[in-house]
Design a protein around this ligand. Sequence first.
Ligand code: T46
Length: 139
Amino acid sequence: MVKYDLLTFPVHGDHTGSLVALEKGADFPFDIKRVYYIWGTDKNAVRGKHAHRKLEQVIVCTSGSCDFILDDGKERTTVHLNSPVQGLHIKSNIWREFTNFSPDCVVMVLASEHYDESDYIRDYQTFLAEVSTTKRESR
Ligand code: T46
């Protein structure tokens, strides 16, 4: 099974609308160092196609929907995101691709580290080699 968590955030709402607050602590798994968001993506575009050596992220589809394909080097699974109340927590060494964007899709990402291109593994064969080495070392 590919490891990931689907977090459900507490909602503060009343008849005027809803609000989710994300702070490190019980409801959130790490200190947030960076936030970015992605929108205006063509339905069939495929983004991502990389893994991270260290970075952890929580991914929230604040509007619309999209699919995240997660790959740990052995298996692949698809997670459909369509709620601003849910966050997909991905740790390091998971290859991700995301696609099937609805026209109103806005993906907000909360990241544990500042942007660092050297943390990216953008070549799939390099990813497979690195995850098999990491697994051997952690035995
Ligand atoms: C991830 C998925 C979910 C920056 O300058 N700063 C940033 O913080 C980020 C995230 C990107 N960039 C630049 C780098 C590229 O020139 O923005 C451009 C597009 O980035 P990228 O092709 O990596 O975008 P995605 O949508 O394929 O991937 C992004 C994140 O990079 C990645 O960490 O997990 O969203």
